[in-house]
Design a protein. Structure first.
Length: 179
């Protein structure tokens, strides 16, 4: 059995990033959303132009999880002004952890989460935060298991649909994180 590798995403990987981004988001949320809203969101949020800008941002970090050379998941992190909401210089945002459906439940998300912890350590973040759809109970459970607590809510717009995200954070401690 091959082991899962976590590797940084570069500009040369943009087509793979677009593919895995669209596919994993669609797998995760298509059944619970209006098809037109979903199509518009996927086209806008995962356009080559938008991904190129995100990959060029020095305060954003992307990682692939690969198995036997196949991209099976990805992670997007933000620091500083690139964070989607809080923009706290002592925070790291997990904007996206998405895993192909066939690999969910196989600790791939946990490996990506550990990559986020490593980056938080390198950036000397005081805490990690994220937003997760209030109806995504498995993701909320995953983050709670990893020590995150809810602290607020915000609106996430998917096409014309306003959805509520639970904002969660995990405070990090001193030299060693409470991982």
């Amino acid at each position: 059995m091959n082991s899962i590798q976590i590797t940084p995403v570069g500009m040369g990987d943009i087509n793979l990033l677009q593919h895995i981004g669209r596919l994993t988001f669609s797998e995760s949320f298509s059944s619970a959303n209006n098809p037109e809203d979903m199509t518009n969101y996927l086209e806008e949020s995962f356009s080559i132009e938008k991904l190129r800008a995100e990959l060029s941002d020095q305060n954003s970090y992307f990682y692939f999880a690969t198995l036997a050379g196949k991209v099976i998941a990805y992670l997007k992190l933000n620091i500083g002004a690139s964070q989607t909401e809080l923009k706290d210089d002592k925070a790291l945002e997990i904007e996206r952890i998405y895993v192909l459906k066939e690999y969910q439940g196989k600790k791939v998300g946990q490996l990506l989460y550990h990559q986020a912890i490593l980056v938080a350590e390198q950036k000397q973040a005081d805490y990690i935060w994220l937003g997760v759809w209030e109806e995504n109970l498995s993701a909320i459970s995953f983050y709670k298991k990893n020590g995150f607590v809810a602290f607020d809510k915000h609106i996430f717009r998917l096409g014309n649909d306003e959805q509520k995200d639970v904002m969660m954070k995990k405070v990090l401690s001193g030299d060693r994180l409470l991982a």
